[in-house]
Design a protein around this ligand. Structure first.
Ligand SMILES: Cc1cc2nc3c(=O)[nH]c(=O)nc-3n(C[C@H](O)[C@H](O)[C@H](O)COP(=O)(O)OP(=O)(O)OC[C@H]3O[C@@H](n4cnc5c(N)ncnc54)[C@H](O)[C@@H]3O)c2cc1C
Length: 349
């Protein structure tokens, strides 16, 4: 770590990795740092769903076609069972309006085609959806950044920073001080630990997931399912997720979380009651209250310190959409959608 960087990035999860890749490919001198191993935060929490029709009403995710084009992974399709007649009507309408993203399938037809799944109100066969491993994706983006000249360093954290007129000085946990034209903070939940970022309008949501062993002779492979939580086929196991916990005292896995996941999943695949839990983990995703968008831009009262966070449950899609455009955003901050603006939490009265 020597000389002057165009951009130093603090945090090697999806947000930092996608930004590092785009900036390095654009010719910037980039240094990507992580306090632990890359993809050791939420971006290391296993298989993830990339679902173009994720909302309660099955509407397309914001700019989803562009995000899917950027990602460029081969899709398998996924199943989105409706949980009520009302939701079925929304899903059917959305499928008709977006035939490239979804095909509505009635309950009778679903029972014949997907016998492992209970879908009494019908389902959408979501096109262009799939499951991918978060850590593998994050690391492959970092590899591409490194191939384009990025310095990627693990086990070194950004401790503090101070802006000067024409550069920012970044202080590292190994005692080094490095200079850059700008600093990009992609530290996920740990933004809450720093005096300059702890008041950002961000909300951490804990998520637990479990892994179940498939019984011998059970279906060799099933499509990813996105309903009340998700069920993803890993071959010998099923990955079940994820809880949405807004208030918690215990950050690790809990018995209540495990029960909730099993109950939710068994509503979709009753056979799940017979399966053995072989792993149980938890993680934290950061969201921006009141928006379904990430937070991206300069920290208030700063000219060289940027933040990119709040990817929420759509981490892969949002990292692809916004990370890829980071060189443009640095050149012209007005290109960042106003719904992503950096905001401070307003005090509760
Ligand atoms: C249980 C669960 C299930 C999920 N399922 C899905 C899904 O199905 N589909 C989907 O798209 N998304 C999913 N997500 C969301 C997705 O994982 C997140 O949106 C995404 O990983 C967030 O990436 P990030 O880079 O912002 O943060 P993180 O991945 O948390 O990365 C932050 C990084 O910063 C590092 N760091 C912290 N402090 C410092 C410092 N001072 N200096 C240097 N480095 C630092 C950390 O070590 C960490 O590696 C899920 C999340 C959870 C928890």
């Amino acid at each position: 770590m020597k000389g002057h960087y165009d951009t130093v990035i603090a945090g090697g999860g999806l947000a930092g990795a996608s930004s590092a890749k785009a900036l390095s490919i654009a010719g910037q001198k980039v240094c990507l740092l992580d306090k632990g191993l890359f993809a050791s935060g939420a971006s290391g929490s296993g298989l993830a769903l990339v679902s173009p029709m994720m909302s309660r009403k099955g509407r397309p995710v914001w700019n989803v076609r562009e995000a899917l084009d950027i990602l460029g992974f081969e899709d398998t399709g996924l199943l989105r069972p409706a949980n009520s007649l009302e939701q079925a009507a929304y899903f059917e309408e959305s499928s008709l309006q977006n035939p490239d993203l979804g095909t509505w399938i009635s309950s009778g037809e679903a029972a014949g085609t997907f016998p492992y799944l209970l879908a009494p109100f019908g389902l959408v066969l979501v096109h262009r959806g799939y499951a991918i491993d978060l850590a593998t994706t994050t690391k492959s983006w970092i590899d591409e950044a490194v191939d384009s000249g990025c310095e990627a360093i693990e086990n070194v954290s950004v401790v503090s920073w101070s802006e000067r007129r024409d550069h920012v000085v970044v202080i590292l946990s190994n005692g080094d001080e490095i200079q850059a034209s700008r600093l990009l903070l992609t530290m996920g939940p740990e933004l809450a630990d720093h005096p300059e970022t702890r008041d950002l309008n961000l909300h951490p949501i804990k998520g637990q997931r479990i892994r179940l062993k498939k019984p011998l002779g059970w279906y060799p492979s099933i499509l990813p399912i996105s309903g009340a939580g998700f069920i993803l086929d890993e071959g010998a196991t099923l990955s079940i997720g994820a809880t949405f916990e807004h208030d918690w005292t215990e950050s690790g896995p809990t018995a209540a979380g495990r029960l909730e996941l099993l109950d939710q999943a068994a509503e979709m695949i009753p056979d799940i009651r017979q399966m053995e839990v072989v792993e149980h983990i938890s993680g934290i995703r950061v969201t921006v209250p009141g928006t379904r968008m990430p937070m991206l831009g300069l920290l208030p009262n700063h000219i060289r310190t940027w933040v990119f966070t709040g990817l929420g449950s759509k981490g892969v899609l949002m990292a692809a959409l916004f990370g890829t455009k980071m060189p443009d955003f640095f050149n012209d901050i007005t290109r960042i959608p106003s719904s992503c603006r950096v905001a401070i939490r307003t005090a509760k009265v």
